[in-house]
Design a binder for this molecule. Structure first.
Ligand code: GLN
Length: 540
């Protein structure tokens, strides 16, 4: 019998960066393993309509869903952990909520009424939180993660919406609160007071958490958990600890061991049943723990921040694990690369990834890295802007077009080997207007890309760009040895270039990193890592 959809709300307190996204993704994984149909959604309190216009330094990578929404990087965790695709409905911001309400007001839907945060904004938040299906298929669980930290002024309407929903839904709603238990070195003590305060704050907003997840760098003993339980009005079995672990992918099994999913089912009144074995997940973890060799890969980009290229990092590591290697990523700032130091900076690397990006800053360094990899036959993977820089480098140094450029960087270049897409020429607005989301790509039989994908005729991949390979130069490139082996069949847009005479030199206009998951690492990353291993691994 189909049950009503159940709702799990995940909030965070004390500090940010506790790994709420990982806990949400882990919980999604555990419920999915029990056979439930699950979706995980993120509500962010900022006013941007989406994070597409945010600098990665502000908010990390912008993750793109298959249906073309620019979203928070936590959606990447949700997809990597569960393999369940997210859509534009899984990423909501205060900006989107307000826009819907204001558009309605302008249309006259509320004629005569004063539009207020409560009830109009909170009602719209509730409406979005109360999803029941994905493409017509009923959901058993909707997990809603609220970004930011409770107590933030801008998250107040979300908290009010959760409070109301708790009341309306009764047992069909569960609140999970993630907090921090710091260890004070000088006192040699773990401190629960910040957690107590955070829970009090939540209670002050009318929300009693059912489950507490305590982030901690040290193991918490039962006495400490008991203390938290009694101060915060939660059951002992509902005080879960999230200790630092060697890998984020250990989190689901750690949560399962402590009974997080079972505690939620009990709260809701669903029979707990047997604990799922999660065989393939455990097999993956075994491989991860057992990887003994190391492979060193340079990531050439301009954002010196771990989260800025989150999905690429994860895709590289995941692919490595399946090949029994630890991928050691060396971030190489493209702004600092010069002809004089590029050899030194890339020395000892088994491969290079040239990262996506926008604008002028650091592109000459990316071009130098592409040249170095091409002329030294170092495996090289260019993604989006990275692919475009491979193309420019080839045009300049092989085709002899010294002034070749992208019209993004130099609109006046006579050799715009990368040019603005026709459909983009009339676009004036910045938000959500790029070529976004999934499009098909037909592969050339026999090519490296074709082989990497396992010999399929065509694939679908996600995009985020305004510029493209200029087809006027296609023949020249093909003749000189850089082949256009992946093409969009409808737009004739070049999606993949490669140099077959080299070991592994390939660029994609699309972003394969968005589609890599724990159980299904992306075939291009697998193929690239294999080439890197062939080039150089080190016994750890
Ligand atoms: N700036 C380039 C474009 O818009 C590449 C974008 C990217 O790397 N995501 O086409």
């Amino acid at each position: 019998m189909q049950m009503n959809t159940k709702y799990i709300f995940i909030t965070g307190g004390v500090v940010s960066s506790l790994g709420k996204g990982i806990v949400s993704a882990s919980l999604g994984k555990l419920l999915q393993a029990r056979g439930f149909k699950v979706t995980i959604q993120k509500f962010d309190p900022y006013i941007n309509i989406d994070p597409g216009t945010l600098n990665p330094y502000e908010h990390g990578e912008c993750y793109v869903t298959a249906d073309g929404m620019e979203t928070d990087l936590d959606l990447g965790h949700y997809e990597r952990f569960t393999g369940i695709r997210t859509t534009r409905d899984n990423s909501i911001t205060t900006g989107r909520i307000y826009k819907t309400v204001i558009d309605r007001e302008r249309r006259g839907d509320y004629l005569g009424k004063t539009i207020q945060v409560v009830p109009h904004i909170t009602d719209e938040i509730k409406r979005k939180m109360l999803r029941q299906d994905v493409e017509g298929e009923l959901l058993d669980f909707v997990i809603t993660e609220v970004g930011g930290t409770i107590g933030d002024i801008e998250s107040a309407p979300f908290m009010e919406a959760i409070r109301q929903l708790r009341w309306d839904l009764g047992r069909d709603a569960v609140c999970v609160h993630l907090t921090y238990v710091p260890y004070l070195k000088a006192a040699e003590e773990l401190k629960t007071k910040p957690t107590q305060h955070s829970v009090k704050e939540l209670q002050g907003m009318g929300i009693q958490p059912d489950i507490l997840v305590l982030r901690t760098e040290r193991h918490l003993d039962d006495a400490l958990r008991m203390k938290v339980a009694s101060f915060c009005n939660v059951d002992l079995e509902c005080v879960i600890q999230s200790e630092d672990l060697p890998s984020i992918y250990e989190v689901p099994v750690n949560m399962q061991r402590q009974g997080l999913d079972a505690a939620i089912l009990r709260k809701i009144g669903i029979p707990v049943g047997e604990t799922p074995a999660m065989k393939s997940w455990h097999a993956f973890l075994e491989k991860q723990r057992g990887a003994s060799r190391e492979v060193h890969v340079a990531m050439v980009g301009k954002y010196d921040l771990q989260d800025a290229y989150k999905s690429i990092r994860e895709s590289l590591s995941l692919a490595g694990i399946y090949e029994d290697v630890k991928v050691k990523i060396h971030f190489t700032n493209s702004e600092g690369l010069t002809r004089g130091n590029v050899a030194g900076r890339l020395a000892g690397m088994a491969g290079v990834v040239i990262c996506p990006g926008f604008g002028q800053r650091g592109i000459e360094g990316k071009i130098l890295a592409a040249e170095y990899a091409r002329t030294h036959d170092l495996p090289c993977f260019g993604i989006c802007l990275g692919m475009q820089m491979m193309v420019i480098e080839f045009a300049r140094n092989v085709l002899g077009l010294a002034d070749a450029d992208s019209s993004e960087m130099n609109p006046a270049t006579p050799h715009n080997v990368i040019d603005i897409m026709e459909e983009q020429k009339s676009v004036t607005q910045k938000g959500g207007t790029m070529r976004l989301g999934e499009y098909p790509c037909v592969l050339r039989p026999g090519s490296l890309a074709f082989k990497a994908y396992g010999g399929v005729e065509s694939v679908r991949e996600r995009h985020r760009h305004r510029y493209e390979f200029n087809n006027r130069y296609r023949e020249d490139f093909e003749h000189a040895g850089m082949e256009c082996v992946g093409v969009n069949p409808d737009a004739d847009l070049v999606e993949i270039v490669e140099i077959p005479s080299l070991r592994w030199y390939l660029g994609t206009q699309f972003h394969p990193e968005y589609a890599s998951t724990v159980l299904h690492p992306h075939p291009l990353f697998m193929s690239f890592i294999k080439a890197c291993i062939g080039h150089g691994t080190i016994e750890a």
